[in-house]
Design a binder for this molecule. Structure first.
Ligand code: ATP
Ligand code: MG
Length: 446
């Protein structure tokens, strides 16, 4: 495990728990003074926390945002965990709040000026209450109902990885650490909270999440965790397909698509979730050219993501990921109809393991066709539709993947759109509200 290069700005501190509205429930956590600059936190997220605390509830920033702040990375979204029940949150924020979800109810808080939505979740606990003996006796641990309220300590420890189990107490500007997460951020280590065998069996999607964090943060995976991932990879088959699809998109969106898919392939996860792609890469490993086209496409995605501060559209990501096996499959088609039938067949096959959304599945044929036109030096009416910018992105990615001459890539990058049908995501800011809705409302929670 490599030593942490950027100091995560925080130091242990054994001060007693705070009193008043923000006193944490459960056993006392280790407290670390947070040394990051508070101006890096979204002011509206802090506003939500302050209003809940002022109303007498506990409220903290949690999860990925705290981890990213400690790592000096830009946090994507700021989630809030609270002792307030959804109805309480609604009472505090009234018209600025909507309760969503039937099974697990969450509050979405929004302000008219920002267009952003903040997810406010009541503390929950792990519903299984697994013991070592249960784990050893091969009982079914898959979580099917996670709708059990808990306290701050339970909410921290029900989370997946130690680095994701940290809470930020804005009142005291301290990190509350029940999981040893700050230490693991220093060590740059992916560790599950609790026994990895149990945690992966409870929710196999965590296996993909471990890959995502290791690749994106360039962290090492603890050996026990790695072994458990490999041992339980087949269980990914039992996970809800929309969740698996969403995690695959997240592997592609985070700026480390190349590393993520390589790690997923190397550890055998890809063979479970995208067997056709995995087999393609296995075969290609000997001749190298087509396999490396896949990885060059992924590197091109990462480059766009870094340059723009936001990834290409999901449909572009998927089209780029699946292009090679789809191309191989559709090669023999002699007419457009044959090509279309072959494509639909392959997409349906991919859809057996990952629930590709209808929007994306239906758009793939148009996207590939438009990309082919652009690569051939032609344009078309599609450029003034929402398809235009997506096709340009895909054409740039495939040109890089194919090792096209620089002048072709420059030409594609210079294509002007007749009008801007859909603004690209703004830089340096959380995704706009419609993106939150797309990824959050439709995907079942763990
Ligand atoms: P990202 O930057 O990709 O959004 P994240 O850590 O914020 O990463 P989310 O999927 O947004 O991940 O989830 C928010 C938090 O919820 C996580 O940090 C983690 O604490 C918890 N969490 C998410 N998925 C799981 C899971 N499958 N099991 C347990 N805890 C989870
Ligand atoms: Mg997140």
């Amino acid at each position: 495990m490599r030593a942490v290069s950027a100091d995560p700005d925080s130091q242990p501190n054994s001060s007693p728990p705070a009193t008043g509205g923000s006193a944490p429930s459960g056993p006392p956590p280790v407290r670390h003074d947070a040394r990051f600059d508070e101006s890096r936190i979204d002011p509206d997220a802090l506003r939500v926390v302050r209003r809940l605390v002022a109303a007498g509830f506990e409220a903290y920033l949690v999860g990925g945002a705290v981890r990213d702040l400690l790592l000096g990375r830009r946090a994507k979204d700021f989630d809030i965990a609270t002792s307030a029940r959804p109805e309480d949150v609604k009472r505090v924020f009234r018209h600025n709040c909507r309760i969503i979800g039937r099974r697990f109810r969450l509050a979405h808080v929004f302000f008219s000026w920002g267009g952003k939505t903040y997810e406010v979740a009541t503390f929950r606990r792990n519903p299984v209450g697994v013991t070592e003996t249960d784990a050893e006796a091969d009982s079914d641990l898959l979580i099917r109902n996670d709708n059990v309220f808990g306290d701050a300590h339970e909410d921290a420890t029900r989370r997946d990885f130690t680095i994701n189990g940290l809470l930020y107490d804005h009142d005291r500007q301290q990190i509350l650490d029940w999981t040893n997460g700050v230490d693991d951020i220093h060590r740059r280590a992916i560790r599950t909270i609790g026994d990895p065998d149990v945690r992966f069996r409870e929710d196999p999607v965590r296996i993909l999440r471990a890959i995502k964090f290791a690749a994106r943060l360039d962290f090492g995976i603890d050996p026990d965790v790695y072994d458990a991932m490999v041992a339980h990879r087949e269980e990914l088959d039992r996970a809800a397909r929309p969740r698996v699809f969403e995690e695959i998109l997240r592997l592609l969106r985070g700026g480390a698509a190349r590393r993520s898919i390589h790690l997923a392939w190397d550890t055998g996860m890809l063979a479970v979730v995208l067997p056709e792609l995995s087999a393609f890469l296995d075969d290609a490993a000997t001749d190298d050219t087509s396999g490396s086209r896949v990885f060059r496409a992924l590197a091109a995605i990462d480059r766009i993501t870094h340059e723009r501060g936001a990834p290409p559209d999901d449909s572009v990501l998927l089209a780029a990921l699946l292009r090679e096996p789809i191309r191989e499959w559709t090669l023999g088609a002699r007419t457009r109809d044959e090509w279309r039938a072959a494509l639909d067949h392959k997409v349906a096959e991919f859809g057996e393991r990952i629930a590709i959304t209808r929007r994306i599945a239906e758009g793939l044929a148009r996207l590939y066709a438009a990309e082919a036109r652009l690569r051939a030096g032609r344009t078309g009416g599609f450029l003034s539709t929402p398809l235009g910018p997506l096709a340009i992105d895909l054409a740039i990615i495939t040109a890089v993947a194919d090792g096209a001459p620089t002048r072709e890539i420059t030409r594609l990058r210079a294509i002007q759109l007749p009008s801007a049908p859909e603004p690209r995501q703004p830089q340096g800011h959380p995704a706009p509200a419609h993106v939150h809705r797309r990824t959050r409302d439709r995907v079942p929670r763990f």
